[in-house]
Design a protein around this ligand. Structure first.
Ligand SMILES: Nc1ncnc2c1ncn2[C@@H]1O[C@H](COP(=O)(O)OP(=O)(O)OP(=O)(O)O)[C@@H](O)[C@H]1O
Ligand SMILES: [Mg+2]
Length: 252
C-alpha cells in the first residue's frame, strides 16, 4: 500500500503544561484511495486529529507526512500547494456555507482560491455529480434542505479534485433516510475518483458501509486499528467491544 498520509507520534496538547493531550502519540497511515474511519466517544480527540491533519490545528510533537513530504512544520506559503490537495467536509451543512453566497459560488470558491479556471459546464457537472440540477447554482443555502446543503458541501470539496478528504461527522445532522443517500453519494464520489477519505463517525453502521479500515480512538490514543470487517466483527480491545456491543445489528 502506498500511503497518501502518514502520522508519526502526533500529539496535540491543549492548555500548556497543566492541560490535556487531546491527541496523544497517534501513528496512522491512510492509503491512496482508501477510506479510514475514525471512531470513538465524544471528546476522544477525533476532530482535533482531523484539524491537525489539515494543518489548521498546530501539533505539539510528531510528524504529519503527506505524499512523502513532512508537512508538519511548513509555513503557510509552503503549504499552499498542499492545501489544494486536501479538503474538509463539515458536520453542519448550513453553518459551513455562507448564507449570502449562491450555491454555485460556494462550490467554486475553493477552486478560485487556487486561480483555476472553471466554466459553467464544469459547475453543472459537479452539481450533477451530487444529484442537483443546474438551477440550484443560483440558490442560497437558506433555500435548500439540510441534505441538499450537504450535497453542496461534497461538491465544494470535490471541486479542487483533492487526493484526501476529511469528513467530520458529515451526515450526523441529517435524518436517517437522508443519511443513507448522502453516505451512498460520498462513497461513490471517493471510489470513482480514488480519493482517500478519513471518515469520522459515531455510527458504526455507517462505518461498516463506507470504511476499508477503522481506527478506534479513546482518550486521544488509537487503541485498535485494522480492516473494518475484522474490527467490527471481532473487536479485541475492551473499549471497541463496548462500542460494537452498543449497536445490536452489528454485535455477534
Ligand atoms: N480549542 C480547544 N481548546 C481546549 N480544549 C479543546 C479544544 N478543542 C477541543 N478540546 C478538548 O479536547 C478534547 C477532544 O476534543 P475533540 O473535539 O477533538 O473531540 P471529538 O472526538 O471530536 O468529540 P465529538 O465526538 O464530540 O465531536 C476534548 O476534551 C475537548 O474538550
Ligand atoms: Mg468532533
Amino acid at each position: 500500500m502506498t500511503e497518501i498520509l502518514k502520522l508519526e507520534n502526533v500529539t496535540v496538547r491543549y492548555g500548556g503544561r497543566s492541560g490535556i493531550n487531546a491527541v496523544d502519540d497517534v501513528s496512522l497511515e491512510v492509503g491512496r484511495g482508501e477510506t479510514l474511519a475514525l471512531v470513538g466517544e465524544s471528546g476522544c480527540g477525533k476532530s482535533t486529529l482531523a484539524r491537525a491533519v489539515l494543518r489548521v490545528q498546530p501539533i505539539s510533537s510528531g510528524r504529519i507526512i503527506f505524499d512523502g513530504e513532512d508537512i508538519s512544520r511548513l509555513s503557510e506559503r509552503a503549504l499552499r500547494p498542499v492545501r489544494r490537495r486536501m479538503q474538509m467536509i463539515f458536520q453542519d451543512p448550513f453553518s459551513s456555507l455562507d448564507p449570502l453566497v449562491s450555491v454555485g459560488d460556494s462550490i467554486l470558491e475553493p477552486r478560485r482560491a487556487f486561480d483555476k479556471k472553471i466554466g459553467k459546464a464544469e459547475l453543472d457537472k459537479l452539481l450533477a455529480d451530487v444529484g442537483l440540477s443546474p438551477e440550484y447554482a443560483r440558490r442560497r443555502p437558506g433555500q435548500l434542505s439540510g441534505g441538499q446543503c450537504q450535497r453542496v458541501g461534497i461538491a465544494r470539496a470535490l471541486s479542487i479534485e483533492p487526493e484526501l478528504i476529511v469528513a467530520d461527522e458529515p451526515v450526523s445532522s441529517l435524518d436517517v433516510s437522508m443519511q443513507a443517500q448522502l453516505l451512498n453519494l460520498l462513497k461513490r464520489s471517493v471510489r470513482t475518483r480514488s480519493i482517500s477519505l478519513i471518515f469520522i463517525s459515531h455510527d458504526l453502521r455507517a462505518v461498516r458501509f463506507l470504511a476499508d479500515r477503522v481506527a478506534v480512538m479513546e482518550k486521544g490514543r488509537i487503541v485498535e486499528c485494522g480492516r473494518a470487517g475484522e474490527i467490527l466483527e471481532q473487536p479485541q480491545h475492551p473499549f471497541t467491544k463496548r462500542l460494537v456491543a452498543a449497536i445490536p445489528q452489528i454485535a455477534v
